[in-house]
Design a protein around this ligand. Structure first.
Ligand SMILES: [Fe+2]
Length: 243
């Protein structure tokens, strides 16, 4: 009897001990959950960190992807310089630089900023020499007024330079510039073949009534414009002297 009682007592103690361990294990779980709870917070921090650069850049790349205009030399408006089988062309006409040029613009082909007022505009084209041979690594510097006709003279909004790729191709993303007193819509530019002469001039928009009353306007500098899903698409081919 005593041995049975001792055995029963030992068994009871063992069962109680096991039962006591169970909640302890269960108690560990929530603490693991708590750790897990922290993990998502950390992850979400990581996410938010990732959201800044990664998501922004992924947004940028999405924007770039969706707004990339893949125009080949063959699909350009045949009326443009060196398009439509032309094998030679005159140098792009030069016009006044105007008072608002700033040196030292950032290297950026996308001048458009989210929330910017105005109609988004993507201009694509090529830089050719007068034999209609594409000019790789040509320097292009663009500057323009915003949609309200104002230049950023303290910073570099709507100012940027870029270089043509190995096919002489460029793409500018910006907004349609606004009018300001005495001028029709225009985008200023400088273009230069490597080690070549700098051509300074301006691009214009077809169908703008102020073109006719603008003394600087030149029809040879008209963009070829088409409507795009999120704005306008323009084409222009620059021609620089053979260096
Ligand atoms: Fe101007």
């Amino acid at each position: 009897m005593n041995r049975k009682n001792i055995f029963s007592l030992v068994m009871t103690i063992s069962i109680l001990a096991l039962a006591a361990c169970a909640p302890a294990t269960a108690a560990t779980s929530p603490s693991n959950d708590a750790v897990n709870t922290v993990v998502p917070t950390t992850l979400s921090n990581t996410d938010s960190n990732a959201t800044s650069p990664t998501s922004t850049s992924s947004t940028d790349s999405n924007v770039t992807a969706t707004t990339e205009v893949n125009i080949t030399a063959e699909s350009m408006d045949p009326n443009l310089a060196c398009s439509g089988g032309k094998t030679s062309s005159s140098v792009t006409p030069e016009l006044t630089e105007g008072p608002y040029y700033k040196t030292g613009s950032p290297e950026q082909a996308d001048l458009y900023q989210d929330g910017m007022t105005g109609t988004k505009l993507i201009v694509t084209g090529y830089v050719y020499d007068t034999n209609c041979q594409p000019v790789a690594n040509a320097w292009l510097d663009f500057w323009q007024a915003d949609a309200n006709g104002n230049y950023d003279n303290s910073g570099y909004t709507l100012r940027g330079h870029q270089f043509t790729d190995e096919n002489g191709h460029f793409q500018l993303t910006t907004v349609v510039p606004g009018l300001y007193p005495g001028r029709t819509e225009h985008i200023h530019f400088k273009v230069q073949a490597p080690n070549g002469e700098i051509i300074t001039s301006q691009l214009f928009f077809p169908g703008v009534s102020q073109n006719d009353s603008d003394g600087i306007y030149n029809a040879n500098l008209l963009l070829s414009i088409q409507e795009a899903s999120d704005g306008l698409q323009g084409q222009y081919n620059f021609v620089v002297p053979v260096s």
